[in-house]
Design a protein around this ligand. Structure first.
Ligand code: CTP
Ligand code: MN
Ligand code: MN
Length: 512
């Protein structure tokens, strides 16, 4: 939204104007509809006086005292909670029209000589549990509860999580701790750490003090201890220990090979292996086809797939699919649909409104034979469909779906990639890329698309929400309402969110 418009909305606009004219000094004010108040707390008197003076010279109206006409509060080194608490002490209620902003916004505006758009990085957002929040005691219709003060859901499907993560320092730590639990098959702690990382990714502000964590769900005591340590020391001793742990390091290395899961990693670790070359040079170990391909193309597969490479794969997939089923709908799913710039593979969902069951079943076989003939197929693992109509959705949050699918490694020629650089190729004329193709019946397409777009954490919470909040069962094939005892059909992802009584969350907001 245009910042000017944003500042102008609501009843405050009129009030600000009236005050301006009554004071009779509107000539020097360039930004008529904004009334600023600069918070002294944590900023100090001198800097505040300097900023007030400067802002006035640059055409801002700046009040000395906090009054009802103020539209924007500007603070430095304060979190949203800090400002709200201060407002509460002043007996001022935060309203939806009152912007709480970091000083960086004002500085950017003054530098640009115009109002710069207010974004998440400028907004000081506070999280409070409903009932605690100062605005909720206000009965005045103009002063509704602040947009900045709202309860965060424990479910990722009720949060908007873009790739703009303000809390990397914490989420990186929790993802390492979660991975370590996964390697040790400690499911409970894995879920705890993943939920913590997920909720922190959705916050529109950075956590700078323990106060900022108040009212945020999914932060167990042991999670808070880690946050506190990182705030105080800049790092977590637990994470450090995990990163130095022999088992963690070996599992991380082994599972980076395509085809190696926890079981194999465990076996190799117990046999005393610690390096990949140790495994490759051992003649007694029996590797699966998948693992052989994993080692053969290791360097290419560990270097991430770029968006340009993903788009180039998209061209190959469409070309091959449309040669056999011209009406097929081919959609890139997974991380790239969520807007990620890199991925570990490229995922596609394929469906056709006209195809017969037989044509549908044959498609992947034809596509694979086509690529084999062209010399593009480096590895293929195809699973036939075990899909049955009207089968109850799975109760397990991590259950795999029953669609026909293949896990591939394709040869992507350098000249197909439209980025000119293809950095990782280094002399080679092609790169091995992991590709997942899924074919689903046309009636299932919305469920399959939702399921294959992820993120995995978003999917888990969608299913958990359906089960616990709606008495419904959701998986990649269908949605079943247990109360009405019927399947709910859907033509689009929007339909599924609507059935679940959820606000629609765009794919790029599902990076939970
Ligand atoms: N998925 C699934 N069934 C599988 C594998 C994956 O439903 N057998 C879904 C998961 O929900 C996941 C999405 O498909 O979110 C894509 O899976 P994956 O490629 O593993 O993850 P991405 O989110 O695409 O991440 P990356 O960029 O690492 O590929
Ligand atoms: Mn993927
Ligand atoms: Mn995938």
């Amino acid at each position: 939204m245009d910042p000017l418009q944003m500042a102008c909305t609501g009843p405050r606009k009129k009030r600000a104007r009236q005050m301006d004219t009554s004071m009779g000094s509107t000539q020097d004010i360039k930004f008529q509809d904004l009334v600023l108040f600069i918070l002294e707390k944590k900023m100090g008197t001198t800097r505040r006086a300097f900023l007030m003076e400067l802002a006035r010279r640059k055409g801002f109206r700046v009040e000395n005292e906090l009054s009802d006409s103020v539209t924007h509060i500007v603070a430095e080194n304060n979190s949203g909670s800090d400002v709200l608490e201060w407002l509460q002490v002043q007996k001022i209620k935060a309203s939806s029209q009152l912007e709480l902003l970091d000083v960086s916004w004002l500085i950017e505006c003054m530098g640009a000589g115009k109002l710069v758009e207010i974004t998440g990085k400028h907004q000081l957002v506070s999280i409070m549990v409903r009932g605690d929040c100062p605005a909720s005691h206000d009965s005045s219709p103009q002063k509704t509860e602040s947009a900045a003060v709202q309860k965060i859901s424990q479910y990722a499907c009720q949060r908007r999580t873009t790739l703009n993560n303000h809390n990397h320092i914490f989420t990186d730590a929790f993802e390492i701790l979660a991975e370590n639990c996964e390697f040790r098959e400690n499911e409970g702690s894995y879920v705890t750490y993943m939920r913590a990382a997920s909720v922190l990714k959705s916050l529109p502000f950075s956590i700078i003090s323990m106060k900022d964590t108040e009212g945020i769900p999914c932060l167990a005591d042991k999670v808070k201890c880690v946050i506190e340590e990182i705030i105080e020391d800049g790092e977590s001793s637990e994470v450090k220990a995990v990163l130095n742990d022999e088992r963690y390091k070996s599992f991380k290395l082994f599972t980076s090979v395509f085809g190696v899961g926890l079981k194999t990693a465990e076996k190799w670790f117990r046999l005393g292996f610690r390096t990949l070359s140790g495994i490759m040079n051992d003649k007694t170990l029996k590797l699966t086809h998948m693992q052989k391909a994993g080692f053969l193309y290791y360097e290419d597969l560990v270097s991430c797939v770029t968006r340009a490479e993903a788009e180039a794969v998209g061209v190959l997939v469409k070309e091959a699919v449309w040669a056999f089923l011209p009406d097929a709908i081919v959609t890139m799913t997974g991380g790239f649909r969520r807007g990620k710039k890199v991925g570990h593979d490229v995922d596609f969902l394929i469906t056709s409104p006209e195809a017969t069951e037989e044509q549908e079943q044959q498609l992947l076989h034809k596509v694979i034979t086509f690529w084999e003939k062209e010399g593009l197929l480096l590895y293929c693992d195809l699973y036939e469909s075990t899909f049955e109509k009207l089968k109850m959705p799975s109760r397990k949050v991590d259950a795999l779906d029953h669609f026909q699918k293949c896990f591939l490694i394709l040869k992507l020629h350098r000249e197909c990639v439209d980025d000119g650089t293809s950095s990782q190729l280094q002399g080679k004329t092609w790169k091995a890329i992991r590709v997942d193709l899924v074919v689903c019946p046309y009636e299932c397409r919305a469920f399959a698309l939702l399921g294959w777009t992820g993120s995995p954490q978003f999917e888990r919470d969608l299913r958990r929400y359906a089960t616990h909040e709606r008495k419904m069962m959701l998986d990649n094939h269908a949605l079943y309402d247990k109360t009405k005892r019927k399947f709910l059909s859907a033509d689009s992802e929007e339909d599924i969110f609507a059935h679940l009584g959820l606000d629609y969350i765009e794919p790029w907001e599902r990076n939970a």
